[in-house]
Write a protein that binds this ligand. Structure first.
Ligand SMILES: Cc1cc2nc3c(=O)[nH]c(=O)nc-3n(C[C@H](O)[C@H](O)[C@H](O)COP(=O)(O)OP(=O)(O)OC[C@H]3O[C@@H](n4cnc5c(N)ncnc54)[C@H](O)[C@@H]3O)c2cc1C
Length: 439
């Protein structure tokens, strides 16, 4: 039993790293967070124009009512009164038009399934997936195989296949396992939430609280190497060439990056990290002078086959009020793409030329002079791809290097990635670290 104050490093100030630091600090440890960028929040971070009161996430974000780990943490921090759950409208595309698809009644009215047996099958499948907890059986097969068998080709091809292709591309849509699909249906609600001021305000407040608890957050501190230290513990080297020693370290980056940062990890663990695949995301944020969706729709799901050069169009200010953004109307134009897709190399103006002309299909009055400003955000690590029997491929949080831990989006399986699960895995990792240091 060792009751000494421990000095612990956390690599990454995303929601996972901040959550782990919270529990480690509560346990009385000295915690140092290394963050490569100039802000906290990671993939959930946001930005703000001078005339906006609220921040906008770089990549569209919201919470579900079922996000118990995130909402539980916010409750513990005493900020539940700053979480709001508006009820925006999500729509699905069918033959050139969009139809609401965010309640059982709306799904029943959606014309894409026709009437009769297909609607019943669709309803029964949804009910079964909500009720069953046996995801282990479902991970043995793909969404494609399971859906064709139980929902039928028509229901699958009209409803779910376009979503699978949109999210994973033609390359992976047929090989993603059914537990991933189960998790999405099982853990999501139609009510969507956010923090007053946006996710960045939450992340900044959380970081401030951590600093009050004694956590040191070092921004623009890029970790370049992680090694087992000679006399126990972990040594961390940053881009400025400084090496420091910690009793334990938690890494919250992508698996590929951990493999590069800690090449001394045993080959089997490294191979496991490198075998994991993920999709990237490209998101353009657009501020407009006018509201785009005349119907006030928030989220447009668009099948790739409909010929749009993007997967989703999200009018953020149909979720939270444009008044928070000085009257600007905020749009996201987004897509999940393979990491070698051309969109990762095109310039912002080249992508504007591809995307913006299509806005007229959502509102015939749209004209280019509606656009006030655009921002482009890209990440190659956006959406892990879970293949059949994926549970056997999840890297352990306790890595084979004693004192080195790993908690990322790729390990929250069977759940799909999300800030809720970043909180869960960050706190789970912290509890293992606390347990190990006390053993
Ligand atoms: C397009 C998109 C939409 C999403 N939508 C939602 C949503 O609606 N709701 C939701 O809850 N979640 C959503 N998510 C998922 C959510 O953003 C993630 O699950 C969550 O933010 C992951 O947190 P994390 O701490 O595990 O990792 P990250 O947020 O990736 O944090 C890792 C941190 O490590 C830092 N880092 C990387 N390399 C180094 C280095 N060498 N040295 C130091 N620091 C380093 C990074 O800068 C980053 O800050 C979405 C994600 C994307 C991409």
């Amino acid at each position: 039993m060792n009751n000494e104050k421990q000095s612990i490093a956390v690599v990454g100030a995303g929601i996972g790293g901040l959550s782990a630091a919270y529990d480690l600090a509560k346990d009385g440890n000295k915690v140092v967070i290394f963050e490569a960028s100039d802000h906290v929040g990671g993939l959930a971070a946001g930005f703000k124009e001078p005339h906006w009161d609220w921040t906008v996430e770089r990549f569209y974000h919201h919470w579900f009512h079922s996000d118990e780990h995130m909402l539980g943490l916010i409750d513990e921090l005493g900020w539940s009164n700053q979480v709001i759950f508006p009820k925006p409208t999500t729509v699905m595309y069918y033959r050139g038009k969009f139809y609401p698809f965010d309640s059982i009644t709306a799904a029943l009215m959606y014309p894409g399934l026709g009437w009769g047996i297909n609607k019943i099958r669709f309803g029964l499948i949804g009910l079964y997936l909500r009720l069953t907890n046996n995801w282990q059986a479902l991970e043995k097969t793909t969404v494609d195989t399971w859906m064709r068998k139980w929902a039928g080709d028509k229901v699958y091809e009209s409803m779910w296949e376009p979503m699978m292709i949109g999210k994973f591309g033609e390359g992976y849509a047929k090989v993603v396992n059914m537990a991933w699909f189960w998790a999405r249906l099982h853990a999501r609600t139609t009510r969507l939430g956010t923090f007053e001021g946006g996710f960045q305000i939450f992340a900044d407040k959380f970081a401030e609280r951590l600093e009050q608890m004694g956590v040191e957050i070092r921004l623009e501190s890029h970790v370049t190497e992680i090694k087992a230290a000679d006399n126990n513990g972990i040594s961390i080297t940053t881009a400025v060439g400084q090496t420091e020693h910690f009793s334990q370290a938690l890494v919250t980056t992508s698996p590929g990056l951990l493999a590069r940062l800690a090449p001394d990890l045993p080959k089997t663990y490294l191979d496991g990290l490198l075998s994991l695949t993920s999709m990237g995301a490209v998101v353009m944020v657009v501020s407009l002078k006018h509201q785009l969706s005349q119907e006030g729709y928030y989220w447009y799901n668009i099948p790739k086959a409909a010929g749009f050069p993007f997967l989703s169009l999200v009018e953020h200010t149909n979720f939270v009020k444009p008044e928070y953004f000085g009257g600007d109307h905020i749009l996201y134009i987004g897509d999940y793409l393979p990491q070698d897709h051309a969109y990762f190399d095109l310039s912002k103006s080249e992508l504007e030329a591809k995307f913006l002309p299509h806005l007229q299909k959502f509102n015939p009055d749209f004209s280019p002079d509606w656009v006030k400003k655009t921002w482009l955000f890209r990440t190659k690590y956006a959406q892990p791809v879970p293949l059949v029997n994926h549970s056997q491929n999840i890297p352990a949080i306790r890595t084979p290097i004693e004192g080195l831990y790993f908690a990322s989006m790729s390990q929250v399986y069977p759940w799909d990635r999300g800030t809720n699960f970043a909180v869960e895995i960050g706190r789970r990792a912290a509890s293992m670290m606390i347990q190990d240091k006390n053993d």
